[in-house]
Ligand binder design. Structure first.
Ligand SMILES: [Zn+2]
Length: 172
């Protein structure tokens, strides 16, 4: 079928549009028709690409939502882990202060080394003298010693744990 025959069937308002478009673009009417047909033939392909792009976008958005959820979960876990570490750090600090509290001195031949609760628990001064601890007066009275040492010695039960937490050297 010749182009002219087809063109004869085209409604007049479309012909007018083609004429208008040809004037605007400075092209021949025939060339304009060819351009339009070519674009029309490409349309299904463009539509398919658009559909693929939309599907891809939806998948990406879904992935983003999943990743955001995962990220929030990890952030929460991190926050909890930090809080746990904070509590452990405070407990460690408290234990260290208690164990480092000086409760007396070593009396071995004028050694005079400070005896902290940790040393007292093992009945050994830092210089290795044993059974030579002289407690300060406030720890001599039954009440004072009882209140402090019983509480302190209860903590000593955690010495193994403390040693592990602090490292052996920091306790000496
Ligand atoms: Zn000593």
């Amino acid at each position: 079928m010749a182009t002219s025959t087809i063109y004869a069937r085209v409604p007049s308002e479309i012909k007018d549009k083609i004429l208008e478009l040809a004037k605007t673009t400075g092209k021949q009417q025939g060339e304009t028709v060819t351009d339009l047909l070519s674009q029309g033939l490409q349309f299904p392909e463009q539509l398919k690409k658009l559909s693929q792009a939309q599907t891809s976008l939806q998948k990406q958005e879904e992935l983003n939502r999943t990743l955001t959820t995962e990220l929030e979960k990890v952030k929460t876990e991190l926050r909890i882990a930090r809080q746990t570490v904070d509590v452990a750090e405070r407990a460690k600090g408290h234990l260290q202060r208690v164990l480092n509290t000086q409760v007396g001195t070593c009396t071995f031949q004028g050694c005079g080394a400070p005896i902290n609760l940790y040393s007292f628990a093992y009945q050994q001064c830092p210089q290795g003298h044993t059974g030579t601890t002289k407690l300060f007066d406030e720890y001599q009275s039954a009440k004072g010693a009882g209140d402090f040492l019983v509480a302190g010695l209860a903590v000593i039960g955690g010495v193994a744990l403390a040693a592990e937490l602090l490292g052996d050297k920091s306790l000496q």
